[in-house]
Design a protein around this ligand. Structure first.
Ligand SMILES: Cc1ncc(COP(=O)(O)O)c(C=O)c1O
Length: 400
């Protein structure tokens, strides 16, 4: 067969292990049910079990009927960008921005991919644990020389390590609230990270996908509210409005060179985001009253799930668990339950396998980088409280 010369970067992309885990569950769940009479508990997914709010669906229908079916404006429709500016002001406390600071994208993923692409082949840094898609997709796609700086065991930052790692870096990737830990970085932490980036002449690529899913009356702090020109914030409607399938997002930066670079964007992007979807997205953000109502309902449910999950996990002696302040994930450390003589690849899957055999799907820690490989991620985005309780019961039988 002819060996055609495809891009090495594409060959280096990897399928998310989370997809393979879901496949495995699909195959094994019927057998498990037949043997035990029980369902699999799905803690592996980042999908949401809420529906997109009705007012957004109506806006999409209206936009189609209104004839917004032509090519979109390069970089984003005015109506969407105006709504973004409004939301940046009331939700992110970010002022002094205009349309030239924004590029509309297909979800947070495209916003991130475009941001990483700006620094192709260069050194990038990010905390470990780190969202798997960054490691499996953006890093290889953009041939990034990516360095992981481990968070401490309570997910706090060691600034000396970060300072050293940033030497010679083109950018730092920060995700807050964070997947997989649920950590909400405080205003002070975000500012310190941004300033360290400035010191090293590096950009801060800020991934704020979970900005609206925050608990305990805390508030997400967006680096976009800082008046620095070395920040790109990426946002998505996927999680905030249960719109994962709509593929709508945007990036914001005070550095006007970037949207210009990307608006060549007509070409680096897919010639813009579907026009009528941008109209629906505009309504999602602009209708503050409906938006706040929908978000509050969803967050209240997630917070209840988080509390039940947290109480259950902390009742298992030896389990080290940090209470998430945002997102919908737990990332407990199971090292107390792994025998010392279990090492290497076997160790990475040890807890995952035990859980899987009891009908609990999770994601093993090594999906999120080189550290925290004794941890396991549990998502509570699609699991009602009854399923969480059932999962906890099964875990107690194994580990108590
Ligand atoms: C940390 C993080 N960032 C960004 C995204 C992007 O989501 P989307 O492309 O659906 O907007 C996700 C989705 O799971 C995520 O977990």
């Amino acid at each position: 067969m002819t060996a055609y010369k495809f891009s090495d970067n594409l060959h280096n992309l990897r399928m998310s292990p989370i997809v393979s885990i879901s496949e495995e569950v699909r195959k094994k769940a019927p057998d498990f049910k037949a043997k035990t009479g029980k369902d699999f508990i799905l803690f592996q997914r980042g999908e949401i079990d809420f529906q997109t709010p009705q007012y957004i669906k109506e806006a999409a229908k209206k936009a189609i009927d209104g004839g917004f079916t032509k090519y979109p404006k390069s970089g984003g429709e005015d109506v969407f960008k105006d709504a973004i500016l409004f939301k940046l002001q009331y939700f992110n406390n970010a002022t002094g921005l205009d349309k030239e600071n924004i590029v509309c994208t297909y979800g947070g993923q495209e916003a991130l991919e475009l941001s990483f692409k700006l620094f192709e082949g260069k050194k990038g840094v990010g905390f470990a644990p780190c969202w798997s898609c960054v490691l499996e997709n953006f890093v290889p796609y953009c041939a990034t020389n990516f360095h992981q700086v481990p968070l401490e065991s309570d997910f706090s930052i060691d600034y000396d390590k970060l300072d050293k790692a940033l030497e010679g870096a083109a950018f730092f990737y920060l995700n807050t609230p964070q997947n997989p830990t649920g950590k909400l970085f405080s205003k002070e932490e975000v500012i310190k990270v941004a300033e360290l980036c400035l010191k090293h002449g590096a950009f801060l690529i800020s991934d704020e996908a979970y900005e609206a899913i925050v608990f305990d009356n805390k508030k997400h702090f967006s680096p976009t509210s800082l008046e620095y020109d070395n920040i790109i914030s990426t946002f998505t409607l996927s999680k905030t409005y249960a719109m994962t399938g709509w593929r709508l997002g945007y990036l914001v930066t005070r550095n006007k060179e970037i949207p210009k670079l990307l608006k060549l964007g007509n070409y680096t992007q897919t010639a813009g985001v579907t026009t009528f979807l941008q109209h629906a997205a505009a309504e999602a953000l602009k209708n503050k009253e409906e938006s706040e109502k929908a978000i509050a309902q969803m967050v209240a449910e997630f917070e209840k799930r988080r509390d039940v999950f947290y109480n259950g996990l902390t009742s298992i002696a030896g389990m080290k668990v940090t209470k998430p302040s945002g997102g919908f994930y737990f990332f407990p450390d199971f090292s107390a339950f792994i025998p010392n003589n279990i090492n290497g690849e076997e160790r990475k899957h040890y807890i995952y396998d035990i859980l899987f055999n009891e009908g609990i799907a999770s994601v093993y820690g090594s999906c999120f980088g080189n550290y925290f490989t004794d941890n396991v991620r549990f998502s509570f985005s699609t699991t009602p409280i009854s399923a969480i309780e059932e999962g906890l019961e099964r875990m107690k039988k194994i580990f108590v």
